[in-house]
Ligand binder design. Sequence first.
Ligand code: NDP
Ligand code: 2IT
Length: 445
Amino acid sequence: MTYVERVLDDIKQRNPNEKEFIQAATEILTTLEPVINAHPEYEQAALLERFVEPERAVLFRVPWVDDNGKVHINKGYRVQFNSAIGPYKGGLRFHPSVNLSVIKFLGLEQILKNSLTGLPIGGGKGGSDFDPKGKSDREIMAFCQSFMTELYRHIGADTDVPAGDIGVGAREVGYLFGQYKRLRNEHVGVLTGRGLSYGGSLIRKEATGYGLVYMTQEAMRLRGDSFQDKITVVSGSGNVAIYACEKAQQLGAKVVAMYDSNGYIYDPNGIRLDVIKQLKEVERGRIKDYATRVIGAEYHEGCKGIWTIPCDVALPCATQNEIDSESAAVLVANGVQYVAEGANMPSTLEAIATFQQAKNVVFLPAKAANAGGVATSALEMSQSSGRLYWSSEEVDAKLKTIMINIYHNMDNAAKKYGFEGNYVMGANIAGFEKLAEAMMAQGIV
Ligand code: NDP
Ligand code: 2IT
């Protein structure tokens, strides 16, 4: 057994119920063999064992009262995974599927993603099994205030800086920030994705989706290709999906489908993003209503069918494991050329293998392709601590440069170890190399 195999085995034995965490760890560790082989001192220092064990995981009770006076108890989590490169940084997810395994998979991904940005941020993630769907604004506020009443003692602008993720957007970040400020009497950059009127950064809202498209655009440019007239499918219709769609459309793509957790819309004339924004950002409604508002559009119950729509570009931007091996095979058979992951771990291990084995498919993995969000969060942190504001153009230009740099770093890392074009390996290796250096320098901690 190699060192990597032993560590993986150990993870499975010690965390048997954490299937998402095991999946993410498997994807990462199996690609690190070449680096590990080149550095025997890593095994001596138990570097991998330390990498996969969070520095700290906080689990807490979140009691809150609904509009009818009923008391509810949710589970709260913050996993402070790795602070070798900088303060813990990563989003909060509010979704009924959240458990320790989900938060740990997201946290592990976040460590390498944040390393790839080149910015001084460590990795963390948190959230709750609270379901924001159908809740009133007052209920959301009550929940966020209760969540922060415990979380505030564990975070800080130089310690741990949460942000949004599924179910946590501008509204939630606002309520969370308000409660933090009240408890600590400090107006600091302790959360990112804040509103523009209280310390947020321009372009943070757009950053994950835009960054995803900027990286894909770079991959296209190097192949003499572009987004112009590319038939594109974007899954999800939340923050990442909306701004991926917006930038792809600006670059000439024809986005024909999107979904929410109930079903997908197909609009052969090209998605009208103004209608999606109204539905999702303003009304917080269901995507089904798109088909009643836009002539020529169809609505289909269920999500999986979206991947049967023939497309040139697939941008999964909803959630983990939304593309399984069957959907991947259909995408490939239908001629997909670029698959770029906006969501975290949207492809199963088998789906990734299917994309990698297919000739002519460029596969851009999540931790590189969706890093624009957290990178812009780090830019928000810089602006907060420097007490300054950059213009949209400045932030957007920095974001674009960061995404292009990440592309080339992962491309070079893959080439360096003889795996040209394998960006899963490239991203994991490039992210890990910096992390390993930082961890080794800081001793056994
Ligand atoms: P949002 O909550 O804004 O949107 C999530 C979207 O995905 C919604 O359309 C939602 O549908 C859909 N969705 C969620 N869960 C499921 C499910 N189980 N099945 C089908 N559809 C689902 O979240 P974000 O856009 O912020 O996040 C999307 C993905 O991107 C996540 O994987 C997140 O971790 C990742 N990400 C986010 C970043 C950010 O900056 N926000 C940065 C990097 C990655 P419905 O409304 O019906 O639930
Ligand atoms: O998965 C992610 O990178 C995020 N949800 C964004 C994290 C952040 O701190 O901006």
